[in-house]
Design a protein around this ligand. Structure first.
Ligand SMILES: Cc1ncc(COP(=O)(O)O)c(C=O)c1O
Length: 411
């Protein structure tokens, strides 16, 4: 837990950027903070006023521990929403809350995989790298992740798309579960429903669960621009979060799974944290029940990010169009994944040069957890978060363009 990790670097950068912002301009294109959208915050502020005025709600919000599975009313509301929207046969016993979905991954990866009875560690298979930085280093045993390179498909027009290499996934041993983020952080990829079904079938053949991390996906915040639907069955552990709705400070993760898994996560909560926080749950429960939250996702949150995404792509094309750059098809989430084929310096060096200028991005090499082969591609990519203030994004992109140009000129 004290090793240098990508997640630590990322979270430290968030803190550092905030600290130096008072002395010089800082452009935060790193980190995973969602945008602050006034129309969305207005709804949360209204809910906070309602909670303040309601003794029972205030009690649940702040004045009592919830059950270790999380606030009961909210868990029921989540199950009902998923049943209403997708017809999945769920009840409260299929839902547990955690302190952010990050904590759910810590619990799940260690509940499902790792060393047992002196045997070599079983592993979580990440079917395609690049994948979410936060999965690295969660295992209490070494060697708890295994992944395979994605196939790169050139989509033309300066875009590309990663696809799972299903052949490469055969024959991997000691697999305790599969896990994918969908939409994917860092790339904005949305696996098609067909790809997801094939991964689910693969997991079922192996007799292990498939973890689907929908922190950015459906039903909320619903940042899936390619509208590829979603999937659940008793073999799927669906992990949701309130963070990307604009409530990361409430640390609310939601695990939707077979009740055996929910019981295990509940036991983990009781031991590690007594109970998860209820603040996010109490703010959003009536919004889930009335349909207001999903309306907000469809009419405000998703269009907001889609618009920002289009602008960011245009800015990048204008600033770097003459340099070797390909952008992953932005199909979801709020990141752009930039690939500079043949970049003469590593993406980490590029990150350091930008950081010196007060521009924070993420170096691509962090996003290959579990991949134990050398892949030059991993050192040619950057992730930028396009959700923050427009001026800052523009200035950050200009700096990226200057540094990439300099790197290619230095050769
Ligand atoms: C793909 C993905 N999953 C999970 C998380 C964890 O989010 P939280 O713990 O805030 O729910 C993040 C955060 O950035 C993420 O990008």
């Amino acid at each position: 837990m004290t090793r240098p990790t990508g997640a630590l670097e990322l979270m430290n950068d968030l803190g550092e950027a905030a600290a130096i912002a008072s002395t010089r301009p800082v452009h935060m294109l790193g980190g995973g903070n969602p945008a602050r959208i006034p129309a969305v915050e207005a709804v949360y502020r209204r809910r906070l006023a309602e909670i303040g005025a309601n003794d029972a709600e205030f009690g649940r919000f702040a004045a009592s521990y919830s059950a270790p599975a999380g606030d009961a009313g909210f868990r029921a509301a989540v199950a009902e929403l998923l049943e209403r929207e997708y017809g999945w046969p769920l009840a409260s016993h299929n839902v547990a809350l955690t302190a952010g979905s990050q904590t759910a991954f810590f619990a799940l990866f260690n509940l499902l995989a790792g060393e047992r009875d002196g045997r070599e560690a079983s592993r979580i298979l990440l079917p395609l790298a690049p994948e979410y930085i936060g999965y690295a280093d969660l295992g209490l045993s070494d060697d708890q992740l295994v992944s395979r390179r994605a196939r790169i498909e050139d989509s033309g027009d300066g875009f590309f798309k990663y696809r799972p290499d299903f052949d490469a996934l055969e024959g991997i041993d000691r697999v305790a579960a599969l896990c994918v983020s969908r939409p994917t952080n860092p790339t904005g990829n949305v696996l098609t429903l067909d790809e997801l079904r094939r991964l689910d079938a693969m997991a079922q053949r192996r007799g292990v669960p498939l973890i689907v991390d929908a922190a950015y996906g459906l039903p909320f915040p619903g940042l899936q621009y390619s509208d590829a639907g979603c999937l659940w069955n008793e073999n799927i552990i669906l992990c949701l979060s309130l963070s990307k709705l604009g409530l990361p400070g409430t640390r609310t993760g939601i695990v939707v799974a077979h009740e055996d898994i929910v019981e295990a996560v509940t036991a983990f909560n009781a031991t590690a944290a007594l109970a998860p926080a209820s603040t996010g749950a109490v703010i959003t429960e009536p919004l889930l029940r009335s349909g207001e939250l999903l309306d907000l996702c469809r009419t405000t949150i998703r269009p907001y990010y889609q618009g920002r995404c289009r602008e960011a792509v245009e800015e990048l094309r204008a600033a770097l169009g003459d340099l070797p750059m390909s952008i992953h098809q932005p199909e979801g989430a709020f990141f752009l994944w930039l690939w500079f084929p043949g970049l003469p310096i590593t993406s980490h060096q590029l990150y350091l040069r930008l950081k010196k200028r007060g521009v924070f991005v993420l170096s691509g090499h962090h996003f290959f957890p579990g991949l134990d082969e050398h892949w030059p591609h991993a050192h040619e990519c950057l992730r930028i978060n396009y959700s923050q203030a427009r001026d800052s994004l523009r200035a950050g992109i200009a700096a990226v363009a200057e540094e990439v140009r300099r790197a290619f000129q230095e050769g």
